[in-house]
Design a protein around this ligand. Structure first.
Ligand code: G3I
Length: 474
């Protein structure tokens, strides 16, 4: 498995990239069999049956990053409008997008997101006013005095344009270094204005729109570590000295190299105890199936356990539009089907499925007329490969009716043998190539819910995906 490739900022990026490519190649040969697929469309708007409604049940919002250029895609807009009650423009409010040329402001793309959100009664998180990245060259070239003027002017113009329309602003983004130093990151602002640029930005922001919550937002600050402690120390100091700050955003970009920390909730709580709101601002978790779902559920539970955790934003809607699409880190597949991670989030929020799922991506056809027929689908994913073998995982998903048992047939390729099966009980046919897998403990699934089993394959030169077929439910 490939681990941790840094991006241009020397920052986190999909550790799964190479693996995902391999998995995709294998997955192409993996077969999904269907005995009936729920294809209920339409929007379940009743309380608690969508992410937004379920979150609202505890007074929180559930948001997503939105890109203006996707709003015209019907699946995108429908999913946004049905499931979410908050948005963050993914790129459209950044400095390079709104003030690429000094004092010439272009708000058109950001405006389209804000007006869409307003028409649907969604909160808007403003992202972001002062950040070292996506910063036009003219800003980096300014000398200190001029840079201070430009920074305060940028904050003033942008916040004035959106005054009264923004729930919370990421006033300063990613100002601290990774690692153990606890130091501020080198940037034009830091290098020319010193540590004081952060509080100056917050003071300016407060003076422009006193009603907006003012947040500091960062990544790799999700658990208790040197970087989060440096931010904690700054926030504590701001609160002690009356520097205006209302909230801290925890981006929460997770993958195998940067997993959900075990002290995630404790870290949120220690910030909340300083007297600020905490928000999960850019959540995405690379992976698939049950493992991904479990991680998502745990993040949501951590937020719900912290009174001042006021909302969660995921960093995009379908996997295909994620900034790290190959890691399939989001709640909806490329066809806007709800993934197991979606169900885990909805359940953790206290919501319930609205009586069906929209998951054209895993079925390949078939419509369950909603007669209560017990059905399931089985989807194969390669989860790990190495020279000589691989691990496979099959996600079993109940259709529109709850089931108490399932059975899936897996046929190995020529030369392949298995050396272990987990979360399933196997019966082999006389050829030793076809196993029928039934639940070991995980037979009962609510409508639309998923479980998975896995197995290790000795490839013996054949790395093709095993054929997964015939999911039957009772
Ligand atoms: O729009 C241009 C397009 O015209 C051009 O042809 C193309 C060629 O590269 O680039 C397009 O812009 C890209 C933009 O996303 C819109 O898709 C930029 O190259 C690309 O760098 C930019 O990436 C964004 C990234 O921030 C930049 O740092 C991601 O979409 C966005 O999800 C990501 O979001 C950040 C948060 O703001 C802060 N926290 C981390 C998070 C993930 O990196």
């Amino acid at each position: 498995m490939t681990i941790n490739v840094s991006d241009a900022d020397g920052r986190h990026r999909s550790p799964f990239r190479a693996f995902a490519r391999r998995a995709l190649a294998l997955g192409g040969a993996g077969l999904v069999s269907v005995t009936g697929v729920v294809a209920l469309s339409g929007s379940a708007q009743a309380a608690g049956t969508t992410l937004g409604a379920a979150a609202a049940g505890s007074g929180r919002y559930f948001g997503t990053a939105v890109a203006a250029n996707h709003l015209g895609e019907s699946g995108y807009a429908t999913t946004l409008d049905t499931e979410f009650n908050a948005v963050t423009p993914e790129n459209e409010m950044k400095w390079d997008a709104v003030e690429g040329t000094r004092n010439t402001f272009n708000f058109s793309n950001a405006d389209s997101i804000v007006s869409h959100a307003q028409s649907k009664n969604m909160k808007v998180r403003g992202h972001t006013l002062v950040w070292h990245s996506q910063l036009p060259g003219w800003v980096s070239g300014l000398a200190a005095t001029d840079l201070r003027t430009a920074m305060n002017n940028h904050i003033t113009q942008v916040m004035t344009h959106y005054k009264g329309k923004i729930y919370a602003w990421d006033v300063v983004n990613e100002a601290f270094q990774d690692g153990s130093s606890g130091a501020r990151r080198s940037s034009p602002f830091q290098d020319k204005l010193g540590d004081g640029f952060i509080e100056e930005a917050f003071k300016t922001a407060r003076s422009v729109d006193p009603a907006a919550k003012l947040c500091y937002n960062d990544y790799n600050t999700d658990g208790v570590n040197a970087k989060s402690t440096a931010v904690y120390t700054m926030v504590k100091d701001f609160k002690a000295r009356g520097v205006p700050i209302d909230c801290v955003g925890f981006q929460s970009h997770f993958n195998s190299n940067s997993p959900v920390p075990s002290d995630y909730q404790a870290n949120l709580q220690r910030f909340a105890d300083l007297g600020v709101d905490v928000q999960i601002t850019e959540l995405d978790i690379e992976g698939s199936g049950t493992a991904q779902a479990t991680n998502y559920g745990n993040v949501v539970k951590a937020c719900l356990a912290v009174t001042r955790c006021t909302g969660i934003t995921v960093w995009g809607i379908p996997d295909k539009y994620s900034w790290r699409a190959s890691g399939t880190p989001l709640l909806f597949d490329d066809n806007y089907g709800k993934k197991a991670a979606y169900t885990a989030v909805l359940t953790a929020l206290g919501g319930t499925s609205g009586g069906g799922t929209t998951d054209p991506g895993t079925g390949g056809g078939g419509t369950d007329p909603g007669t209560g027929t017990k059905t399931c689908t089985a989807t194969y994913t390669a989860t790990q490969t190495w020279q000589g073998g691989f691990n496979g995982q099959v996600t079993v998903k109940a259709g529109s009716a709850a089931i108490t048992a399932w059975s899936v047939k897996v046929t190995l390729g020529a030369g392949q043998t298995t050396t272990g099966v987990w979360n399933g009980t196997t019966a082999w046919d006389s050829t030793g190539k076809v196993m029928t897998v039934t639940p070991s403990y995980n037979g009962s699934l609510a409508a639309g819910a998923s479980t998975s089993f896995g197995f290790t394959v000795q490839a013996n030169g054949n790395t093709a995906a095993p054929t997964v077929s015939v999911c039957t439910a009772s």
